[in-house]
Every structure is written in structure tokens, then in C-alpha cells.
Design a protein around this ligand. Structure first.
Ligand SMILES: [Zn+2]
Length: 479
């Protein structure tokens, strides 16, 4: 018996020794410091040009008749005026409803790069804004307006960098494409049509860069320093409806289970069994990169996921939120409708859930699980619309290395890490023709600035506009 206790104690000591040693050895990987190369682009011109872009009211609406097409044409004319060298040296096409595609011929067609952006913006709620949303107002070192962050600034960065480099006689080693959509905010056809055009021309991009992550602080537990988060995949997206029909009648003599009662049971059954945790490549690599920068308690967990993954999973399931969304398919019930009167049983009751699907699953497999969980033949479960998760991009090789090098030059203090995007963006279409699609908004964004995206008082400090241009110059020079 004594031997048993001694052996057990030894095991416990060994266990703690292993997890503590692993946590102590879980240190940031050594990276070579990158010396920033100088960029002599015209800063004042860049700021003035972005203010001009903000003055174009390129607001997207789902209803085509509400869109002011003249503002979009004004924006495209502005590009021609501000970037004459780009128009002289590149071929220019207008593709699809509002897409524009520039092609800059390099010395080789072997490793083409695509710089994506969009020049439409979401509508504004004027009452909430304390500054004008479309005046291009510059005040105390800040440019105010819808689209400053999402994402006319990155579009500006591409165009300013190209104009600057081409004016100096620059010829890139490889072909470059600038692909801008005017309908990204309403999931329009422009970028898909651009992708089809590229595919038809046999182009396989070695690097695609679109908006997405950014240089941010305070987003990973226990990490204080800024992190440059590069989205290497997007979750799938699906709306599912749950419909029960033919259960109408007067509410004074109801059946033992009403239609709404059965739908409610379906909801609780689904919520009681969250989708299984899946540690996908973007999240595993994020834990492995940022976990090393974290405080000791978190390093204990992230260095020992072999034993703590179930613990982490249990915490995620309970807490919900972003960490949970990284680990699994999520299901949020968002709409419910029943009877129009309080004393009438609904002849048709319906609920809608919005799902974000983790890599490795599909819309079909997700629907199948929902049906199994609901286990009620009287409830019709069907997909309203859905998109499977896109392919996961590489975190090594040409595209990744060029991108991370330019980031390290521009934001040397930031730890660069892959991550998984929850939101759907136009870049998913490019995943069909490239394994090197990266989602990174080339800006350092505070929490307050991020709140302005699709919110009110969207604004950008002028020095961040300059940095965005510098970033694109540095990246393009190496391609
Ligand atoms: Zn955007």
C-alpha cells in the first residue's frame, strides 16, 4: 500500500515537473531583426488623396436603385487623376458591376501578386457622428470619415506605393494585379468576376493580400505587446431555418406541445450540445506563436495543450465569445416568428440560426448534425444560404515570407501571427485560385478605432496613412 502512495506521489510530481518545464521552455522563437528600408513617398499628397477618396459617397446598398452610381464613377475618375503613372504603365479594366483591375507587367509572370481592396463603404447613421462622414475633414492630425479604415486607406496604400515606385522607373520582378471591388459590403459580384477573369487567364497568385487582421493590442490572453494578425482562413457561413407547419388553431384548447414549444426544444437541444472543438491550423499556430508571449499561467496552458485542451475547451464552451468561435462551429439563433395574435396558435412558426463553420466541416455535414440534434420529424430544417469554409493558406514560402518581412520592417515591435477570421470577406473567392491568400489590414488599430469600422466616427490618424503607404512600398519593392 505504501508503495502505491509513493508511486502515485512520484507520478503527480513528474506530471507537474513536465508541465512546468514545458511552460518554462515555451519561449518566443528567435527572429532576425529586420532593418527598415527608407521610403520617400509624398506624405502630404497621400493624406490629401485619401481625403478626396472619402469625399466620394460610395455607399453600398442591397437595393440596386439606392446606389448612387455617379459617386462610384467619381471615385474611379479620381484614381485616373491622382495616379497618372499607374494608368500609363498598367493595363486597366473595369470588370463586373463595379470592379477595377490593374495589371502591372513584371520581369516574370511566375509569381504574380494580387493586391485587393474595396472602395464601397457601409451607410452612416448621421445622428451618431460627431464629425462629418464624407467631408474628408482633417483636424488635429486625424482624418475623419466613412471608409478611412474600411478600407480606402489600404486601396490608397496600393495606389500611392505604385505611383511612387513607377515614377522612379521601378519594374517589379513579378507581375502585379490591383483588384478593387465597389460592392464588397453587400457581397457583390465584382470580386468573384475578377477571380474568374484571372482564372481564365491561367493566373495562380503567389500572394494575395486583402483587408482582415491588423496590428492590434490586448486581443490575446496575457500578451501585452502589439500583434500583427494575418488571417490565413475564414470560417464558412450559413443561415439555417427551422420550420414547423400545420399546428394552428385556437389557443384556448392547445395540444400538449405547441409548435413554438417544439421549436424551443429544438433550440435548447442544439445549444446543449455545442459543436465539437477543432484545433485548426490557424488557431494552433496562433496559440503556438502568441502563447509563447503570454504570461506564465497562460503559457502553462498553451505549452501543454496535450493535457489542457479539454480544460480550455470547457472554458470556451462556457464563456462563448471569440476564443470559443476560434475553436468550433458556432450557432446563433437570430430570428423567430410565430402567430400575429396572442390567442392564435401559429399555422407556421419559424426560427433562423446563423452559423459560422469551422475548417474541416461543410454546410452539408453541419446541417446533418443539426437535424440529428433536433430529432423531430415535424420540424423542417433547411439551408437558406451557405458557403463552406475556404482553404487554409500557407504560413511559409514566398508569399508568406514577403508579407511578413514587410510587416516586420514597418511594425518592428509587433509579433506576427496567423489567425482565423470569423467574418466573411471577398478574399475567400481568391482561395479558389491561390493557396497564399492573406487578410491583413495594413494599419495599427486601437480598440476605439476598430469600433469605428461599420460604426460611427470612423477616423484614422495621419501618421497611420503614411505607414500604410510605406508598407506597400516596402512590399512591392521585394516582389
Ligand atoms: Zn472592408
Amino acid at each position: 500500500m505504501t508503495y502505491f502512495w509513493i508511486a502515485l506521489a512520484a507520478l503527480v510530481v513528474a506530471f507537474f515537473a513536465v508541465i512546468i518545464i514545458r511552460a518554462l521552455r515555451f519561449k518566443p522563437r528567435a527572429t532576425e531583426a529586420v532593418a527598415p528600408t527608407g521610403v520617400a513617398a509624398d506624405e502630404q499628397a497621400a493624406i490629401a488623396h485619401l481625403a478626396d477618396m472619402i469625399r466620394c459617397k460610395t455607399i453600398s446598398y442591397y437595393e440596386d436603385e439606392r446606389i448612387d452610381k455617379a459617386e462610384f464613377a467619381k471615385f474611379r475618375a479620381l484614381l485616373r487623376r491622382h495616379y497618372p503613372t499607374v494608368f500609363e504603365r498598367c493595363s486597366y479594366e473595369e470588370i463586373g458591376p463595379s470592379g477595377v483591375l490593374f495589371f502591372l507587367k513584371g520581369k516574370s509572370a511566375e509569381k504574380p501578386a494580387v493586391f485587393m481592396s474595396h472602395y464601397d463603404v457601409v451607410p452612416v447613421n448621421e445622428e451618431q457622428w460627431t464629425k462629418p462622414a464624407f467631408d474628408g475633414l482633417v483636424e488635429d492630425g486625424i482624418l475623419w470619415g466613412r471608409g478611412t479604415l474600411d478600407t480606402k486607406c489600404t486601396l490608397l496604400g496600393v495606389m500611392e506605393a505604385a505611383e511612387h515606385l513607377l515614377s522612379d522607373g521601378f519594374v517589379p520582378e513579378n507581375d502585379m494585379y490591383f483588384a478593387f471591388a465597389g460592392d464588397e459590403e453587400v457581397a457583390g459580384k465584382s470580386q468573384p468576376v475578377i477571380v474568374e477573369t484571372l482564372r481564365a487567364r491561367g493566373i495562380v497568385p503567389a500572394l494575395v493580400l486583402d483587408e482582415g487582421g491588423a496590428v492590434v493590442e490586448g486581443v490575446f490572453p496575457g500578451v501585452k505587446q502589439p500583434c500583427a494578425l494575418i488571417g490565413i482562413a475564414e470560417k464558412g457561413l450559413m443561415d439555417v431555418q427551422f420550420v414547423i407547419e400545420g399546428a394552428g388553431g385556437h389557443a384556448s384548447a392547445p395540444p400538449s406541445h405547441t409548435g413554438i414549444g417544439r421549436l424551443a426544444r429544438a433550440v435548447t437541444r442544439i445549444e446543449a450540445k455545442p459543436f465539437p472543438a477543432t484545433l485548426t491550423k490557424p488557431v494552433a499556430e496562433m496559440f503556438d506563436t502568441l502563447g509563447r508571449r503570454s504570461s506564465f499561467v497562460y503559457r502553462l496552458i498553451f505549452a501543454n495543450l496535450w493535457c489542457f485542451l479539454p480544460v480550455l475547451d470547457a472554458i470556451c464552451k462556457k464563456s462563448g465569445g471569440e476564443l470559443n468561435a476560434m475553436m468550433r462551429t458556432t450557432c446563433a439563433f437570430t430570428m423567430a416568428e410565430g402567430s400575429k395574435a396572442s390567442n392564435v396558435l401559429p399555422p407556421r412558426a419559424r426560427m433562423v440560426a446563423n452559423l459560422r463553420i469551422i475548417s474541416g466541416s461543410t454546410c452539408e455535414s453541419t446541417l446533418k448534425r443539426l437535424k440529428t440534434l433536433v430529432a423531430d420529424d415535424g420540424i423542417a430544417v433547411s439551408i437558406i444560404h451557405g458557403t463552406d469554409p475556404c482553404k487554409i493558406s500557407h504560413t511559409q514560402g514566398y508569399g508568406w515570407e514577403k508579407l511578413t518581412h514587410a510587416i516586420a520592417e514597418t511594425w518592428p515591435e509587433a509579433e506576427i501571427s496567423p489567425y482565423l477570421m470569423f467574418a466573411a470577406s471577398d478574399s475567400r473567392h481568391h482561395s479558389a485560385i491561390s493557396e497564399n491568400v492573406y487578410r491583413f489590414s495594413t494599419m495599427e488599430l486601437t480598440k476605439e478605432e476598430r469600433a469605428g469600422i461599420h460604426g460611427h466616427d470612423e477616423h484614422i490618424p495621419l501618421e497611420k496613412i503614411v505607414k500604410t503607404v510605406q508598407f506597400y512600398v516596402r512590399l512591392m519593392r521585394t516582389l
